[in-house]
Design a protein around this ligand. Structure first.
Ligand SMILES: Nc1nc2c(c(=O)[nH]1)N[C@H]1C(S)=C(S)[C@@H](COP(=O)(O)OP(=O)(O)OC[C@H]3O[C@@H](n4cnc5c(=O)[nH]c(N)nc54)[C@H](O)[C@@H]3O)O[C@H]1N2
Ligand SMILES: Nc1nc2c(c(=O)[nH]1)N[C@H]1C(S)=C(S)[C@@H](COP(=O)(O)OP(=O)(O)OC[C@H]3O[C@@H](n4cnc5c(=O)[nH]c(N)nc54)[C@H](O)[C@@H]3O)O[C@H]1N2
Ligand SMILES: [Mo]
Length: 764
């Protein structure tokens, strides 16, 4: 039987398919020459930072690092299409709401500031000054600054983010819901507890030295394509790449590097993963605990046989706390429990552990497959435990590497986008600027939605992003936004968050990364970003702005700030006219930014020092700390198996999307074409529920909070995925992610393990 939307999977990631796709993107952007020129400036020392992902750039970045999804991100922004006032005049907001995310953003770049007109249900153009004045007066008139929520998406530059947090704190609140709350929050929380700093400890060059690289819960072929180049070089040099992913992901199996002429000519590719394990959803903590169990067993055997130790005793003694308790916790965890929860056999886990023990230097990387579960913090603590056993933190070729998402999500946190700011940072702000900063913790994403729903929040400001579509329980969040007195979205393209207007609503269009940002003297302004390896570098756009009416994010924030809190404490306009001045303030208030303006202008920028990478541990124990948490009593897939035709669902990204931005309807690496409403499922599960490839189904949420959740009309795709675990795309499935299910200690929506069942689709 053939089903029209299921086709051939690419034989390897990258390769000619990637080049073809790039050509297509550049042509679609309407201006292939500008597009190609723009690409050549991505991630160069005198160009702009690619808005695609947060993977690091090579030390000697003179040659252009090719990346298919970078091309997509860049040509998406550099499109010739425009969502002008005429576009908004021709469509009511109610009509626009019927468009898919894909169709809506296809309308191109925003060109004018727009204000919602309720009478005609349309957005109408407005003057910048009028927009700032009304937003300022409405914010001033709220009965408390805590009634406003200030969202940040991780594309904002350090300069924009710092100015934003400064304005919001002068205004008087710490309400900073942030895309990071839905992303790597668990990594930040767990690493801070364990090693005293909530960031990764490796540099790009460590990938050249590692003997083993464990890649857990991430799909770099799609989401961090430049990382595949580093994995490929490691594989060629003979390093082991061990993958843990329930889904067989093409990019992790084989990769044909478009930078490699011979590989391209021969049509050959390199095998990436030397071992590929497919745990059940949320089974990673059990799998890693199993590997630790194998390491302890090998250590005992070595001691008994009088052989060299497996553990790094010197490191453990000098640098670590809590080993004995951890060992006891591992001893208490039985193999039956480990096998059932992980879905992997003891033999498989022991084989993976062997790779770890053979390696002098090991790196572990992870992303959303690890961070978007109930027990994500415990899982990342377990990964850290495992790495500590052989001293794999704080030496060359070894370390922890949470691979960040948005290109500056890490930098935004560094410069103060934080709903729970450290006291020392607030002290520094107060001292430097002379105002009293708010001291109570603010709202993260989940708390902000709660406050919007219960009426305690009345204004929503979004610095980028697509809050309505990225968050859980889409229907509830739409309602929440509609209840606001004021909604403001600073954006480059129209998205669904703009179509849930509050009483007063603005869309404020801004320059993108690729565009020149000129100040009043006509000089090009530089912004900066921090990648996953804590490298801070400069970014300056090269393209003409999409419209002469655009302001930079910094200028928009300065306009709102001046209209809201005045210029008594901070001269906002002066900062907006010279970003060097913003960087001077960053340098004065945040450690690590000494000589910021000078060092930023060096090719490749500079490294923010990571204490843990130098084996300095800012933890309560003053040492790297083991955790001794038991495995979760029951994960969603274990509960689902008890009956009722239930499954554990994860929501992930297709190859043709950037978060809520859908570039196209294909997922070439997974062999799905022209269709996004799909459910990937094991063929035997499909048979067991009496369905076949391509059949239509409704997906029904099964979470006992009394809310009914249905994602109608999805189609089955048989796939290589463990039984009981299924997958589908975000954001279409966000209607099923329960707002009330959030990670322990991280409060991250559990979008990688949602209990669901199927119901015959009315469309069937
Ligand atoms: N082109 C492109 N690039 C992007 C993005 C994009 O949308 N498009 N998004 C950016 C952002 S913000 C982020 S955060 C990153 C996201 O990067 P990823 O984390 O790679 O994103 P996801 O697509 O959510 O993929 C999660 C992967 O984890 C696996 N997984 C799911 N659950 C589990 C589990 O329980 N255990 C294990 N071991 N694996 C699991 C899935 O099968 C999938 O391969 O990418 C960034 N880069
Ligand atoms: N179910 C489920 N939900 C998830 C996830 C998941 O895996 N599953 N992943 C979560 C993760 S990891 C993240 S990071 C969030 C992402 O959440 P967000 O960051 O809120 O969403 P994006 O889709 O990245 O935002 C896209 C919008 O940003 C705007 N934009 C693009 N470039 C710029 C710019 O330069 N400046 C400004 N001001 N605006 C710009 C455009 O208008 C575009 O429509 O989603 C989370 N939600
Ligand atoms: Mo993310």
């Amino acid at each position: 039987m053939t089903v029209s939307f299921i086709g051939k999977k690419s034989s390897a990631a990258g390769g000619w398919g990637a080049l073809k796709s790039c050509g297509k993107r550049l042509l679609e952007s309407g201006s292939p020459l500008t597009g190609a020129r723009t690409m050549l400036k991505a991630n160069q020392s005198d160009g702009f930072d690619c808005p695609g992902c947060a993977w690091g750039d090579p030390e000697h970045g003179s040659s252009f690092e090719f990346c298919e999804n970078g091309v997509k991100a860049v040509s998406w922004e550099a499109t010739e299409k425009r969502a002008t006032p005429a576009f908004f005049a021709g469509n009511t907001v109610s009509e626009l709401r019927k468009l898919s995310d894909y169709k809506l953003e296809l309308n191109g770049r925003l060109t004018h500031p727009m204000r919602y007109d309720r009478a005609s249900d349309r957005y109408l153009p407005v003057a910048w000054e009028d927009a700032f004045a009304e937003i300022g007066s409405m914010l001033k008139n709220l009965d408390s600054p805590d009634r406003a929520e200030f969202y940040t998406s991780g594309r904002a530059s350090n300069e924009a983010a710092y100015l934003y947090q400064l304005f919001v704190r002068v205004y008087g609140t710490n309400n900073f819901p942030d895309c990071s709350n839905m992303c790597h929050e668990a990594s930040g929380v767990a690493l801070k507890q364990a090693i005293g700093v909530g960031k990764g400890t490796v540099l790009l060059e460590d990938f050249e030295k590692a003997d083993a690289i464990f890649v857990i819960g991430q799909n770099p072929g799609t989401n961090h394509p430049r990382m595949l180049g580093d994995l490929r070089r490691a594989a060629i040099r003979g390093a082991d790449v061990v993958v843990f992913n329930p889904v067989r992901e093409k990019g992790l199996e084989r990769f044909s590097d478009p930078q490699d002429k011979i590989e391209m000519l021969r049509g050959s590719s390199t095998e990436i993963a030397s071992q590929y394990y497919q745990p059940r959803l949320g089974g990673d903590m059990a799998a890693v605990r199993g590997m630790a169990k194998a390491v302890f067993a090998a250590e005992d055997a070595a001691v008994a046989a009088g052989k060299a130790a497996v553990l790094d005793h010197d490191f453990l003694k000098e640098h670590c706390a809590g080993l004995a308790d951890y060992r006891a916790a591992v001893d208490r965890t039985g193999w039956a429990e480990i096998e059932d929860q992980s879905g992997l056999s003891r033999e498989e886990i022991e084989r993976a552990a062997d790779v770890y023990m053979r390696a002098d230097r090991a790196i572990c990387t992870w992303a959303m497959g690890v961070t978007q579960h109930l027990h994500s913090v415990a899982t990342i603590r377990e990964i850290t435990n495992f790495m500590l056993l052989r001293g794999n933190i704080g030496r060359p070729g070894a370390g922890l590497c949470p691979v960040r998402g948005h290109s500056n999500v890490q930098g935004d946190r560094t410069v103060g986008i934080n709903e729970r700011p450290p006291a020392a940072f607030l002290d520094a702000l107060e001292k430097h600027f002379g105002f009293s900063a708010p001291r109570t913790d603010g709202h993260n994403v989940i708390a902000a939605i709660g406050a919007m729903l219960d009426g305690s929040a009345q204004a929503f400001i979004g610095l980028g992003g697509n809050f309505a579509r990225a968050t859980p329980d889409s229907a509830l969040v739409e309602k929440a936004l509609g209840r606001m007195k004021l909604t403001v979205n600073i954006a480059t393209k129209p998205n669904h968050s703009h179509l849930m207007p509050g009483e007063v609503s603005y869309i404020l269009p801004c320059l993108g990364r690729t565009e020149m940002d000129l100040n009043s003297a006509g000089n090009s302004q530089l912004v900066s970003v921090e990648d996953s390896m804590s490298m801070v570098h400069g970014s300056a756009g090269i393209n003409r702005p999409a419209s002469p009416h655009l302001f930079s994010e910094v200028a928009i924030l300065a306009g709102i700030a001046e209209a809201t809190v005045g210029s008594g404490i901070v001269d906002w306009a002066a900062l907006a006219d010279d970003y060097d001045r913003i960087r001077d303030h960053i340098e004065a208030t945040i450690p690590g930014f000494e000589d910021y303006n000078t060092r930023l202008r060096k090719p490749r920028g500079f490294l923010l020092r990571n204490t843990a990478a130098h084996r300095e541990w800012n933890t309560p124990a003053g040492k790297a700390s083991f955790s001794a948490t038991p495995l979760p009593e029951e994960t969603v897939h274990q509960r689902a198996r008890k009956g009722g035709g239930r499954f554990a669902l994860q929501t992930f990204r297709s190859h043709d999307q950037y978060n809520t931005t859908v570039y196209g309807l294909d997922d070439r690496y997974r062999g799905v074409y022209g269709e996004r409403q799909v459910i990937f499922i094991h063929p035997e599960d499909l048979q067991a529920i009496g369905a076949a490839a391509g059949d239509r189904t409704d997906v029904v949420g099964d979470y006992d909070d009394g809310i009914s959740r249905v994602a109608p009309d999805f189609r089955f795709v048989p796939y290589d995925i463990p039984r009981g675990s299924i997958a589908g795309y975000y954001p279409e499935l966000n209607v099923l992610v329960p707002l009330s299910s959030a990670g322990d200690e991280s409060d991250t929506p559990t979008s990688k393990s949602i209990m669901v069942s199927f119901r015959k689709s009315e469309a069937a």
